[in-house]
Design a protein. Sequence first.
Length: 193
Amino acid sequence: MRVGTPVVREALISLQGQGFVRRVTNTGTFVTKFDTEEVRQLYTLRIELEALAFEWARPRVSAADLASLRALVDNLVEAGETGARRQFLERDLAFHKRCWALSGNVYLAETLERLMAPLFAFAVLASGVPITAAMAREHYALVNALEKLQPPDFDNVVRKTLTGFALRWISSMSSPNGDKAPKSDALLNPSLT
């Protein structure tokens, strides 16, 4: 494969910009790895930004958008029923990307994608958490909130659902030795421990 150094360099810069690799000056470029604290910080930020995306999407969402989101969740449930981890995570990311796009703010959607794509790829995909249809069905709460709820009920459902997603993956990383993971508030805010 005859690929020149400039092509490789550009590819690595692109992967770094997407969060898939990290560059260490005078050392090299390495595949991204997240420790528990980094995952906690990323999910804490994700909850805030994604809640904002849902808030902005709520007045803009159409019946066709809701049908599209339900179809995405239906596909996610199907992947959960078979336990197909990679397919589940690809469909999960597709659902969330669609929600982010519905916010109408391209910068928010791009920020969330940059934030979450590497996390989905390296933390979630690599975790030992079994993939289930029940996990997928939790996404219906977000679609139903967009369709039926007004603030503050809307905000409460969205935050509770997103926090549940975050806690699942953070706790899977928090207790590699079988130790009990901290309670939910401590996982997202370590100053409470």
